[in-house]
Design a protein around this ligand. Structure first.
Ligand code: FES
Length: 236
């Protein structure tokens, strides 16, 4: 894992600057070039069309492996094993290196994540404000610890280091919505609002991409908060 990580940092797997080459490659595909086919595996057994659509959008060069993995993650919400094998064949690199990258980057997952992602900030400010109590409370409510997903696939729980809203500690992020000054009394209410099976959050607790709880418990702070969990973040 360390080797792969070093490779990423050194730019071996960098996806930065991939845009122009990817666009050129896409144009090549559109023009009917056979270049794509030459780099493609002959046998694919798993969700072939969707995986091909994602992977073949990139040039068959290992420099684009990380970008392709992020794209697969985005489309499948995790990295299917068959997808990594397909990508390794296409990029011409050992699949074990892709697995190393997948375990190194927090934004990448080898297992399907839940429909709702609860991120508990356990950075210094939130830790001082008893974020561990929230983690324990989530475990009591959902029966899972950080890194796990409920058996019904509804929730995944993760911890993060800082969401950039320390003044609102302790902070939760659920599907992109920040909840600040979360109390143990408020926690079940937040979780329950996501249990509703209507497709989206109901109950008036949340506003997409907003901070909830900043103007006193249950209050709403204006202004959007940048999601500090950028894809490709190091797993620390
Ligand atoms: S430490 Fe939790 S938001 Fe900064």
């Amino acid at each position: 894992m360390v080797g792969a990580a070093a490779g990423v940092e050194a730019g071996t797997w960098a996806n930065a600057g991939a845009g122009a080459a990817v666009e050129a490659h896409a144009a090549e595909i559109s023009a009917g070039s056979s270049g794509v086919v030459s780099g493609a595996p002959s046998e694919v057994n798993y969700e072939t069309e969707r995986l091909r659509a994602v992977i073949w959008a990139y040039p068959p060069d290992r420099r684009y492996a990380l970008a392709a993995m992020q794209d697969i993650q985005h489309n499948f919400d995790y990295l299917p094993q068959a997808g990594l094998k397909l990508l390794a064949e296409y990029m011409g690199c050992p699949v074990v290196q892709l697995y190393s990258m997948a375990t190194f980057y927090k934004a990448l997952s080898l297992v399907p994540k839940g429909r709702h992602i609860i991120k508990v900030c356990d950075g210094t400010a939130c830790h001082i404000k008893s974020s561990q109590n929230l983690i324990d409370g989530i475990q009591r409510d959902l029966g899972i610890r950080p890194g796990d997903t409920t058996a019904d696939g509804q929730f995944s729980v993760e911890t993060v280091n800082c969401l950039g809203t320390c003044a609102l500690a302790p902070v939760l992020l659920v599907d992109g919505t920040h909840f600040g000054k979360v109390t143990m009394g408020k926690l079940p209410e937040i979780i329950d609002s996501y249990r509703m099976e209507s497709g989206d959050v109901e109950g008036g607790l949340t506003e997409g991409g907003s901070v909830v709880g900043g103007s006193g418990e249950g209050g709403l702070v204006n202004g959007e908060v940048e999601d500090s969990l950028a894809e490709g973040g190091r797993d620390e």
